[in-house]
Design a binder for this molecule. Structure first.
Ligand SMILES: *Cc1c(COP(=O)(O)O)cnc(C)c1O
Length: 381
């Protein structure tokens, strides 16, 4: 089945007792056993370990990514932690130098006690990756396109380097989502998502997941299932139910995000108050060649997602002034919702930010594109 059909039907088994077409929300934390105390086959025991709404969601997430198993968490950060947790004390990981800010914070603060160390490299320079590999390196972490500079990593090339050294490869696929990039096609071992973003799509559910490929070559999935069910950073049944509902329209939302972003990027690239637009769909973009090979929409045509960043001529002051004059684009963090958002990463990340001070990150929503462009035209005046 194709992604549009899977987004609606995968994991949705309805309800045999009532005939409901939409799966019911089951809030119960505990489930009855048989009279003799034995477990009833196919029935859950306790909702931290498993429950019907989470199982339905995990089935859908695995199907969308083309994987064999998905494990859902209460946030993207909890999903990321589960991966680092499996590596063992004293491990070393290789990260992109513009990795999602809080992924790095997990390593530097929460896992410092475990002796987990990292080297940050420019993932678009394969030699830097090769040079960073140490005896205790266990994993290479990819994020493509990256945040906030929209660098596109050649996933297949990184996997090749990793496999030659027996390293695992994880991919944070939150930005591209399987609609625009399928990391398992390139041999990645585990995909991580913040489902808070495009999968949720409406800026009203926090969540995360890890997904495993069809042929799992490691034991990370069993370790992470334990991390989920015993560690307990699980999404509530309602969050799972709501995310499942949001995913039904995922495949119609994504092409609109991408079409709007392409048009807005083209408009902004030609505007005299803009120094640079980082969007891999632009022919002028330094990552366009690799993006065209790797970012393929559901219709088989290259398509580049809904995220971009712009460098405003001037500095921090000019960037913040532009953001504040926009009416439709809300000045707020996060991304992937139906509404357009703009944010000044440097202010959000603080003094340790590597983001240029004149950079604004834009999450292009699914409003009418002429309204979005008019909003910028007015703000530039
Ligand atoms: C938001 C985000 C995360 C973290 O996810 P939360 O759901 O906020 O915990 C991780 N990676 C990327 C790329 C993100 O955008």
């Amino acid at each position: 089945m194709k992604i549009e059909t899977l987004a609606i039907h995968a994991g949705n088994h309805g309800d045999p007792t009532t005939g409901a077409v939409v799966p019911p929300l089951i809030l119960s934390t505990t489930f009855e056993r048989a009279n003799d105390g034995s477990l009833v086959e196919g029935r859950d025991i306790y909702t931290r370990a498993s429950n019907p709404n989470r199982r339905a969601l995990e089935e859908k997430l695995a199907a969308l990514e083309g994987g064999s198993e998905a494990i859902a968490f209460a946030s993207g950060q909890a999903a990321t932690m589960s991966i680092f947790h499996t590596l063992g004390a004293g491990s070393h990981v290789i990260l992109p130098d513009d990795i999602y800010y809080n992924t790095k914070v997990i390593i530097d603060t929460l896992y410092a006690n475990f002796g987990l160390t990292c080297t940050e490299v420019d993932m678009t320079d394969l030699n830097q990756i090769k040079r960073a590999i140490k005896k205790n390196t266990k994993l290479i972490w990819i994020e493509s396109p990256s945040n906030p500079s929209l660098k596109v990593t050649d996933i297949q090339a990184v996997v090749k380097i990793a496999k030659a050294k027996n390293l695992l490869v994880a991919c944070d696929n939150t930005w591209a989502t399987p609609f625009f990039t399928k990391p398992f096609n390139f041999g990645v071992d585990v995909v991580m998502h913040s489902t808070t973003k495009y999968f949720g799509g409406h800026s009203d559910i926090l969540g995360g997941c890890v997904i495993f490929p069809p042929n799992i070559q490691h034991e990370m999935n069993t370790k992470i299932r334990t991390f989920q069910s015993v560690g307990g950073a699980v999404p509530s049944p309602f969050d799972c139910w709501l995310l499942n509902r949001s995913l039904s329209t995922y495949a119609v939302r994504m092409p609109v995000h991408a079409q709007n972003a392409m048009k807005l990027a083209t408009f902004l690239e030609n505007h005299p108050q803009i120094e640079k637009v980082n969007y891999p769909g632009l022919k002028s973009n330094e990552y366009h060649r690799i993006a065209k090979k790797q970012m393929i929409g559901a219709d088989g045509v290259p398509s580049f997602g809904g995220m971009m960043s712009i460098l405003v001529k001037g500095g921090q002051k000019e960037a913040l002034a532009l953001a504040s004059k926009l009416q439709i684009f809300k000045h707020a963090t996060s991304l992937g919702g139906v509404e357009s958002l703009i944010e000044h990463r440097y202010s959000v990340e603080g003094v340790h930010s590597k983001s240029p001070e004149n950079l604004l990150r834009i999450s292009v929503g699914i409003e009418n594109i002429s309204d979005l462009i008019a909003d910028f035209e007015n703000a530039f005046k």
